[in-house]
Design a protein around this ligand. Structure first.
Ligand SMILES: Cc1cc2nc3c(=O)[nH]c(=O)nc-3n(C[C@H](O)[C@H](O)[C@H](O)COP(=O)(O)O)c2cc1C
Length: 368
């Protein structure tokens, strides 16, 4: 069983690095316009981008999203990602720890992240389908202990399970399991999507179940229907290919999901899914997120080495600071109040869903 999981994880990595696995729809960042302030009345050097996330102080509001572990290649990548998290003061997640829960020899491929990021905010990771098929408090605690993690991410991926050749599309009883796990842990539980977003309705349910955070992982970035489509091509499975193609762009675009999740709950929201620059992180925070998460671009940089990854990270940090300078935000609290305008599909979506968008346009300039 776990040998198969290892092979699958390896093929996910290879496909994500080789093929075009991004959705054709956008995450919505072009629809979010931060209002330029021609007299920002601050110096760029005084901008403070430190962020508090789940009681942990980050040097920058960036989460290296959950991606890998379980295979030799995964361990190498996790090491480079962990070094980056430690150097830049980011938070970091690991890929689903199922493989190592079932095969303890693989634990090192995940725990290497703690070895190389001793001070980072680290997220452990288990999946909803495993909760539906028997995992519970015990496995959650093993995952957390393995990483000496500061929080647990429970990922949900109904789209991927529907397309994947070996998919387990069973989510019965998951909410109850989340409730049980959340009440038994002494670290926060975060519900995380994987590229199709979290609606206001789901966000409210998981707040009621005791989760402390949401990682929206909305549509517009890596598409798991696309990744599994390429695996179906390799396997010559026509039906799963057709499903993968049809559902490639399924989901709630990230910007809409950030607003839905942050306005329907008072949970800490991490924005991810198609964030490709520090400007996207700035827009996410102005929409209501506490931090931005990035997966695919950091994976691509990490396989090219530590230096390339550090350059990519530095660019994102500088883009975030530049956006903050241009709206006159001294810190992330200011950025959260920065006037913005929502246009296009995102504005339309939110209006249709009953989230008033004029509030964003009406925000008073806070610079006087
Ligand atoms: C190669 C790869 C593996 C991933 N594996 C996991 C995983 O095991 N668990 C999880 O919660 N998310 C996983 N994700 C999803 C990411 O954490 C993230 O939510 C998603 O890719 C959207 O971000 P992006 O558009 O920046 O890639 C994976 C993403 C990639 C690219």
């Amino acid at each position: 069983m776990s040998r198969k999981i290892e092979e699958r994880k390896k093929s996910h990595l290879e496909i994500s690095l080789k093929e075009n696995v991004e959705a054709d729809i956008t995450a919505g960042f072009d629809d979010v316009i931060l209002v330029h302030q021609a007299l920002p009345e601050i110096t760029r050097s005084e901008i403070d981008i430190s962020a508090e996330l789940f009681g942990h102080l980050l040097k920058a509001p960036l989460v290296i999203e959950s991606m890998t572990g379980g295979a030799t290649e995964g361990a190498k990548i996790n090491r480079v990602l962990a070094e980056c998290a430690e150097e830049h003061g980011f938070a970091i997640g690991v890929g689903s720890q199922r493989a190592a829960i079932e095969k303890p020899q693989l634990r090192k491929t995940y725990s290497i992240v703690r070895d190389y990021a001793p001070n980072a905010l680290i997220f452990a990771n288990i999946g909803c389908p495993q909760l539906a098929s028997g995992y519970g408090v015990e496995e959650a605690k093993i995952a957390i202990e393995m990483m000496k993690a500061d929080a647990l991410m429970v990922h949900t991926n109904p789209l991927q399970e529907s397309i994947q050749l070996e998919g387990e599309p069973n989510f019965k009883g998951v909410l109850e399991k989340i409730r049980e796990i959340a009440s038994s842990l002494d670290v926060p539980l975060i519900l995380k999507e994987t590229g199709t977003g979290i609606s206001g309705e789901t966000a409210s349910k998981i707040q009621m179940a005791g989760a402390k955070g949401i990682d929206v992982a909305g549509a517009g970035g890596t598409s798991w229907a696309a990744v599994e489509y390429f695996r179906a091509v390799q396997a010559g499975n026509k039906l799963q290919q057709a499903l993968g193609k049809t559902f490639r762009n399924w989901g709630i675009p990230t910007c809409a999901s950030i607003v839905e999740a942050s306005r329907s709950t008072n949970l800490t929201v991490i924005a991810s899914g198609g964030l490709r620059s520090g400007l996207d992180i700035a827009k996410s925070i102005a929409l209501g997120a506490a931090a931005g998460g990035v997966a695919l671009p950091l994976l691509v940089a990490a396989v090219r080495g530590k230096r390339r990854l550090s350059e990519t990270a530095t660019t994102m940090v500088e883009e975030l600071k530049t956006a903050m300078f241009l709206v006159g935000a001294r810190n992330l609290k200011d950025l959260g109040k920065a006037p913005l305008v929502l246009i296009g599909k995102t504005a339309h979506w939110l209006n249709e869903r009953g989230y008033s968008t004029c509030e964003y346009a009406r925000r008073k300039a806070f610079l006087q």
